[in-house]
Each structure stands twice: as structure tokens, then as C-alpha cells.
Ligand binder design. Structure first.
Ligand code: 1CP
Length: 343
């Protein structure tokens, strides 16, 4: 049976044309997303409305024919399922009740309870596995424990993850117990996504870059490795993409250290460097600056071709180095796709 292109790349195959999808491909830059989000009421209602969440997941597939779709949800639903309060402030972003003391940690729910909240997400996955075109791969995801912990500790997004670093330094046992709880919850959450039909899993460690020295090993690499080991034991055939954003030189060796089939690259490394030092370990994905989706033009075409060229000697999935932003022009996405497929 001919496999889907994304699965072939994740299995280590070098393809003539890299398969392509885009981080945050369902989102505010698309008018059809804004319409469905308005219909749902607010962002969280959209996440928990399985029919509408499936609809916005399908929108970029219909418009562009990407090779993969990513479940529409958010990394902050797991903290909510563990008992944290979660809401979104328009124009500012997420807010959560904070976990910084042993008592607050103890008040969270046990891992087994998360499915009560997260069942609609599994339902979205089931709808998608029925409705996606047969050539499109369905990616499930979660936040990596450190990144999720930074939001649970600070109660919001922070530029330097200061509150999480402060708890790590002031009360390591509480910090590490929180990370362990998130790790165990993530394993159960992702297992249910795979049971429901997710074919690939991606772990987003958006704030891994602020972990220095041994902290990177202990709080980015080890929790991710624990999650991949647990998932591989249960689902040996489900590929895993790890995205330790901002890892820089520490990207080297991560396929093996995390046990991931693919490492996603931000735009802080050059493609030729990553081809020589990271792609040697397995499939890579990412690297194009998201700002090209705003500015477009010759620079987009030149940079897209350069990335395709740099990674042509090994397994590669074309993607951005981070999520597309709401001010992006949908026509620039089409230009990127045409450039990759026509290159
Ligand atoms: O107003 C809106 O419609 C909300 C904007 C939005 C969207 C479209 C948020 C709020 N989350 C999402 C969806 C989302 N989030 C997806 C869905 C699928 C897709 O990619 O198409 C995914 C994979 C995420 C993952 C996510 N959420 C991450 C990791 C990836 C990354 O971008 O670094 C993070 C850090 C979040 C937290 C979050 N959720 C939303 C916002 C604005 C934020 C960032 C907050 C901050 O600035 O720290």
C-alpha cells in the first residue's frame, strides 16, 4: 500500500518533493476561521465543540491541500482538565489560576480524571479521521511538560518564563512534581488521541530555549523522552515529532536523546547547518520564518527554495519555524506551497 507522504518522510524516506503543512494552519489569518470562531462564541467554546473544531481543522486542507492536518485544540486544555481555571483575555492571551505551592499542586485532579474534560477533543479526532481526504495525515498534539508548566506557574504567557524558573530554583520538589503530573497526563491525553485516530503526534516545547545547561536535559529532553518511550511502548507505529523551540546548538543529537522520529526546527538555526548536524539523525521539519507569510514576494520564494534545497538529501517535511501570525496574507501561503511543489 502506498503510504501517505508525511508518514513516508517520518519513516526516513527522502522524497523528491517534501510534504508540507504549516504550524497554526487553522487560525485567524483565514476569514473562514474567523467566521466559525464567531459562530462558536469564543476560542475555548470552539476547542470543545467537536463539530466546529473539526470544521476549522478542515478549512486549510480544503483551501490549500496541505499534506497534513493538525487537530484544532490548544496546549492549555490539559491544565484545565487537571483542574486549573483557564480563560482567554481578548487581545492579551491565556490566563490560568496559578500552581506555585504544594497545596495548590495537591488540589489538582488525578490524571485519570482528565478525560472527563477532554472527551470532546477525542471526538474531534474521530470526526477528522472519517472526514479527511485519504492522502492527508492527521496530527495530534500536546504541549511538552516544561512549556505547559510555564503557563500553569505564571498563570499566563511570559517573555522569559521567569516565574517557572523562580519556582524551579526556590522549590524544586514542587516544580518537579508538577512536571511529573503534566508528563503523566500528557501520556494519557496523547494515547486517547491515538486511539481516536491521530496518526502522528507532535510535542510543542515552545519555551525550551530558556532552559540552560543541565536544565535543558532535565526539563526539556527527559520529560519528552519519557513521553515518547511510553507512547512507543503502546503504539510502536505512531511517529512522534518533537519541537524544542530555541534549542540552538542543542538540536544536535535530539532525535536519539528524545526518541523522536522528527525534530522540528525554529528559524534560529540555518538550514545548511541543520542539514549537516540535525538531519543526519532523522527527519526534520520547519525553519521558514513565519514573517514571510506577512511580507511575501521574492524573499519568500528565495528562502523557501533555499530550505528545500538544503534538506533535499534526507527526510524533510516543509513547515514554518513557528506558527503563522494573524496578520499573514493567505495568498502568501499559496505562494509558499506552489514554490515547494514546483521547485
Ligand atoms: O483567538 C483565537 O482564535 C485564539 C488563537 C489561538 C489558536 C488559533 C490560540 C490561543 N490557540 C490556537 C490553536 C492552537 N494552539 C493549535 C491548533 C492547531 C494549528 O496549529 O492549526 C496549536 C497546535 C496550538 C499550540 C499552542 N498553544 C502552543 C504551542 C505552539 C506555539 O505556537 O508555540 C502554545 C504556546 C499555545 C498557547 C496559546 N494559545 C493561544 C495563544 C495566543 C497562546 C500563546 C500565548 C503566549 O503568548 O504565550
Amino acid at each position: 500500500m502506498t503510504q501517505k507522504t508525511i508518514l513516508r518522510a517520518l519513516a526516513g524516506e527522502t522524497l523528491d518533493t517534501p510534504p508540507i503543512w504549516m504550524m497554526r494552519q487553522a487560525g485567524r489569518y483565514l476569514p473562514e476561521y474567523r467566521a466559525t470562531r464567531a459562530q462558536a462564541g469564543d476560542f475555548l467554546s470552539l476547542c470543545y465543540n467537536s463539530e466546529l473544531a473539526a470544521e476549522v481543522t478542515l478549512q486549510p486542507i480544503r483551501r490549500y491541500g496541505f499534506d497534513a492536518s493538525i487537530l484544532f485544540a490548544d496546549i492549555l486544555l490539559l491544565p484545565q482538565a487537571l483542574g486549573a481555571d483557564l480563560w482567554f483575555v481578548t487581545g492579551e492571551g491565556p490566563r490560568l489560576s496559578t500552581i506555585t505551592t504544594p497545596d495548590e499542586l495537591k488540589a489538582l485532579k488525578p490524571v485519570e480524571a482528565i478525560h472527563d474534560t477532554l472527551n470532546p477533543i477525542y471526538e474531534t479526532v474521530k470526526i477528522l479521521s472519517r472526514e479527511l481526504p485519504s492522502e492527508t495525515t492527521l496530527i495530534g498534539f500536546a504541549g511538552a511538560p516544561w512549556t505547559v508548566a510555564t503557563y500553569m506557574i505564571a498563570g499566563k504567557g511570559t517573555p522569559d518564563q521567569g516565574p517557572a524558573h523562580a519556582l524551579k530554583d526556590a522549590d524544586k520538589p514542587t516544580f518537579e512534581a508538577l512536571l511529573d503530573l503534566i508528563t503523566d497526563g500528557t501520556i494519557e491525553y496523547l494515547s486517547k488521541q491515538i486511539d481516536a485516530g491521530a496518526e502522528v503526534i507532535k510535542l510543542f516545547d515552545s519555551w525550551a530555549g530558556s532552559l540552560k545547561g543541565d536544565d535543558f536535559l532535565n526539563y526539556a529532553v527527559k520529560p519528552a523522552a519519557k513521553i515518547t518511550a511510553a507512547l512507543k511502548a503502546r503504539y510502536p507505529d505512531t511517529p512522534i515529532i518533537a519541537f524544542p523551540r530555541g534549542a540552538g546548538e542543542k538540536y544536535v543529537g535530539l532525535h536519539a536523546d528524545i526518541g523522536a522520529d522528527c525534530i522540528a526546527l525554529d528559524d534560529g538555526v540555518t538550514a545548511p547547518w541543520a542539514a549537516a548536524h540535525v538531519q543526519t539523525g532523522g527527519c526534520v521539519q520547519g525553519n521558514l520564518k513565519s514573517s514571510h507569510m506577512v511580507t511575501g514576494g521574492d524573499a519568500l520564494v528565495t528562502e523557501t527554495r533555499a530550505i528545500v534545497d538544503a534538506f533535499k538529501g534526507g527526510p524533510h517535511i516543509f513547515n514554518l519555524g513557528h506558527g503563522i501570525t494573524p496578520d499573514a496574507d493567505p495568498d502568501n501561503v499559496q505562494l509558499m506551497i506552489d514554490t515547494v511543489r514546483g521547485a
